[in-house]
Design a protein around this ligand. Structure first.
Ligand code: SAH
Ligand code: F3S
Length: 480
């Protein structure tokens, strides 16, 4: 299954139910990772209190916000193209509209955005969304406004996000912000700042709220969920010594997962992303213990070569990663495992690349997201290492790993043939309006005839056929 995700190049326009009395119109579009989609919901919630309802028509928007991604150069180019589009609409159809840039590109480019893109009135970094009402006042008075201050505390734990454009069945719940890992290729620590964990009580309240509103599945979200640690807020380093830290009643990720799964035994739970270096055995035991936590772990490795892993500042070797895979399969039999992989990191040789291929053979991932290395300004890799793998070599290596992944995905998917799986119905199948589409706990998409079932039902489905990516089957009854 081709899972080379190009950072949502279509973007996603999000709308929500109109709030009575709100007269202004917000068009909000998100690119990049799930965290951005989740953040856009926070922003829409803040703006609903300012009199804005969402629209999916650029032509009628008073305010256009684009939540941006910097992870690869291509992601940034996509946003630049969208700005051109906004420009055309503003010129031809909607001269009153104001344009704001949110997210990682806002943080990376700061005031430079205003110079480079004349259409932009407002630049807001990921930790400054609560300041948007003030910034909008500036904009209304005809001044450009910028706030890109990163915070050591902000988790937006006190804001209940409005659920935008969702299916009313699955939702993201963010549990950490930022990242302290400093992988040398990655721009995230620069654009999203230091790692902070959110108060478990506010997480539980959000999940309660979702459950009450009929949601059936949540994904606990963070750049690095396994390093979640709550002991009252702020940065981990704020503790003067280890004993001071232990004295605080801390909650780690395994405990948080256990708390949420216990409080909501009927809610299906996923989490993403796990960095292998922070993933502890305890988490695996919690996954194994709870029926409602999906047996799927997204465990990005980036490369199969220990030398490259070291250059990437990933804190584990190839062998340690393989041990973690073995442990995962031992503790959670049949657990689906997926990867992120980067080809063409500086100095990557053919030998290193073969190690990536052989690691993939070892794990036989269920699916994966694969990318060519893209140099990001300001990162350690950009400062210290020459982007020296030729483009053609990167392309060829990417094709090789994608083809291998497709082979493995096909093998993994076929393992479900003849079996009965539990599917949470999310929506109508795109290809056939007489069929439902949903996902299994292993994160396989499954389609089957609608019969009398409805979205939000957990249905037992007997798998009769499959493609590399999708299970095809027949419903045999509601899951207990
Ligand atoms: N927090 C996650 C990853 C966040 S970014 C983790 O622990 O790995 C999502 C993916 O984008 C990464 O896993 C990596 O595969 C890819 N990526 C990040 N920076 C990149 C770059 N400069 N070039 C190419 N791919 C990159
Ligand atoms: Fe990036 Fe590594 Fe953090 S990939 S988001 S620095 S774990």
């Amino acid at each position: 299954m081709e899972k080379i995700i190009d950072e949502n190049t279509q973007g996603n326009t999000l709308t929500l139910e109109a709030r009575d009395g709100n007269s202004r119109k917000l068009y909000i579009e998100s690119y990049g990772c799930a965290m951005n989609f989740s953040d856009s919901e926070i922003v829409a919630s803040i703006l609903a209190d300012q009199g804005y309802n969402t629209t999916n028509l650029l032509e009628e928007a008073d305010l256009v916000l684009v939540n941006t991604c910097s992870i690869r150069d291509k992601a940034e180019q996509t946003v630049r193209k969208r700005l051109e589009k906004y420009n055309a609409v503003k010129r031809n159809a909607n001269p009153k509209m104001k344009v704001g840039v949110l997210g990682c590109m806002a943080e990376r480019l700061k005031e430079k955005f205003l110079e480079e893109e004349k259409i932009v009135d407002l630049v807001v970094g990921p930790d400054a969304y609560k300041d948007i009402p003030n910034l909008l006042k500036e904009v209304e008075e005809g001044r450009d406004a910028v706030n890109v201050i990163l915070s050591k505390e902000e988790t937006y734990g006190d804001i209940s996000p409005v659920r935008l454009g969702g299916n009313g069945i699955t939702a993201f719940v963010s549990i950490t912000r930022g990242c302290d890992n400093m992988c040398t290729f990655c721009v995230v620590p620069f654009t999203r700042g230091r790692e902070r964990s959110r108060d478990p009580q506010s997480i539980l309240r959000e999940v309660d709220d979702l459950a009450e509103n009929g949601y059936k599945e949540i994904t606990l979200l963070g750049q690095n969920v396994d390093s979640y640690l709550w002991y009252g807020g702020g940065l981990k380093k704020d503790f003067k010594n280890a004993s001071e830290m232990q004295q605080a009643t801390a909650t780690d990720f395994a405990q948080l997962l256990d708390l949420v799964a216990t409080a909501h035994p009927k809610m299906r739970i996923r989490f993403s992303t796990s960095n292998p270096q922070d993933m502890h055995e305890e988490v695996l035991h919690v996954v194994a213990k709870h029926e409602n936590i999906c047996n799927h772990i997204h465990l990005p490795v980036q490369s199969g070569s220990t030398r490259i892993l070291k250059a990437m500042n990933r804190q584990h070797t190839r062998e340690e990663y393989m041990k973690l895979i073995d442990k995962t399969r031992e503790i959670i039999p049949g657990c689906a495992i997926s990867q992120d992989m980067i080809v063409g990191f500086p100095t990557e040789t053919e030998e290193d690349h073969k190690e990536t291929l052989s690691l993939m053979e070892y794990v036989k991932y269920d699916f994966g997201y694969m990318y060519k290395y893209s140099e990001r300004p300001g990162t350690m890799a950009a400062r210290k290492l020459k982007d020296d793998v030729p483009e053609a070599t990167k392309s060829r290596r990417l094709t090789e790993i994608v083809e291998l992944q497709q082979k493995h995905s096909a093998i993994r998917t076929a393992e479900f043939l003849g079996k009965t799986v539990t599917v949470l119905i999310e929506k109508e199948s795109k290809k056939n309006k007489d069929e439902w589409s949903g996902r299994t706990e292993h994160n396989n998409v499954a389609v089957f005839p609608k019969s009398t079932y409805k979205p939000g039902d957990f249905v037992k489905v007997k798998v009769t056929d499959c493609t590399t990516a999708t299970l095809i089957g027949e419903a045999v009854g509601l899951a207990p």
